[in-house]
Ligand binder design. Structure first.
Ligand SMILES: Nc1nc2c(ncn2[C@@H]2O[C@H](COP(=O)(O)OP(=O)(O)OP(=O)(O)O)[C@@H](O)[C@H]2O)c(=O)[nH]1
Ligand SMILES: [Mg+2]
Ligand SMILES: [Zn+2]
Length: 312
């Protein structure tokens, strides 16, 4: 007999994928399977997070295959995941020192792809002052932001409530950020049933710098319609430089806090780049403290890079 089931890819390892399926009897099952030949071509590569159809032919031993991929809402290269509803952009108050331009770039990538960005500042136990300063910057920019410490528990229950509420009904979120900021540690503190590997553990088994090696999606509760959270390997800046970006013209809408003021500039084609406060409403708002200096610096720096690109 041949049956078809719909589900979501939750992990992939060496050509095998795990698909989580809500069965018609109300239960949840997981199938491990390969993809049908034509789904392996590069341009149609499967992503973690993909919604797929699995065809089960119980007359042959190899009869379980992913036969179809649903159209994606979005897909990112870094982290490599499809159909995200939320992206939690994680950085530490201290150790490692955050690269704010990378944070702002990730926020812009999320917004451009219709993904809701949420800023999560970790390790507040190492510097409350730094954590609060970053929190102020992102709250002013109108982006949801949380301060947390997996060490002393600050902000953990507040963030877990937010995640439970926002992911209700099967939504998908990923934690992304540089290696060592404490993504896996925080996910364990938020949802202790996950038991993810963290650097604390990998130090004992003497693994290298990156502790999380693969993207993997976890159910946040036993509910059939629970939300899903993905842990992702931390990136280094070089990884991140070339990917997922778009044109200079598309950058402004991905910085809503800056776009908010841009209607007031003297010239319609104002780039908000080198113009003075008398001509540029964005520069004026920055002077008045209505836009954080780091946000405008990030905008200008990314804008310059995009403008100088001949092709993209
Ligand atoms: N002081 C302090 N240390 C923390 C906190 N959270 C995590 N750490 C430490 O930071 C280190 C890195 O934590 P991980 O959770 O493995 O970091 P990660 O972001 O998952 O790293 P990758 O998997 O490599 O991307 C570990 O030694 C943790 O114990 C925190 O809130 N406070
Ligand atoms: Mg990790
Ligand atoms: Zn302007």
């Amino acid at each position: 007999m041949i049956t078809q089931k719909k589900g979501r890819i939750t992990k992939g390892l060496g050509g095998l994928y795990e698909v989580r399926i809500c069965e018609s009897d109300g239960g949840v099952s997981r199938l491990t399977c390969r993809a049908k030949g034509n789904l392996k071509r590069d341009e149609e590569k499967l992503f973690i997070g993909d919604l797929v159809t699995v065809t089960v032919d119980d007359s042959t031993p190899d009869g379980v295959v992913i036969s179809e991929v649903s159209e994606r809402r979005n897909s990112l290269i870094r982290p490599p995941i499809a159909n995200l509803d939320y992206l939690f952009i994680v950085f530490a108050a201290k150790k490692p020192t955050p690269v704010i331009e990378t944070v702002d770039k990730l926020i812009a990538i999320a917004i451009h792809n219709s993904i809701i960005p949420v800023v999560v500042i970790t390790k507040s136990d190492l510097s409350t002052a730094q954590a609060e300063e970053y929190l102020g910057i992102y709250r002013q920019a109108g982006i949801a932001a949380f301060v947390t410490s997996s060490e002393d528990g600050e902000g953990v229950s507040e963030l877990s409530d937010y995640i439970r509420n926002s992911l209700k009904g099967g939504r998908l979120a990923a934690f992304a950020g540089a290696s060592g900021v404490g993504k896996s540690t925080l996910m364990n503190a938020l949802f202790p049933n996950l038991s993810l590997a963290t650097a604390e553990i990998s130090r004992k088994i003497e693994r290298g710098r990156h502790t999380t090696r693969h993207v993997e999606i976890f159910d946040i509760s036993e509910d059939r319609d629970t939300g899903y959270l993905a842990d992702t390997p931390g990136f280094s800046l070089i990884d991140f430089e070339r990917f997922d970006f778009f044109s200079a013209e598309e950058l402004l809408p991905a910085f809503p806090d800056i776009a908010h003021f841009s209607g007031g500039c003297r010239y319609a084609d104002c780039a908000h780049y080198g113009e003075g406060a008398e001509e540029c409403a964005v520069a004026k708002a920055a002077l008045a403290g209505e836009i954080a200096p780091t946000r405008l610096d990030s905008y200008r720096s990314i804008y310059r890079v995009l403008k100088n690109k001949t092709e993209y």
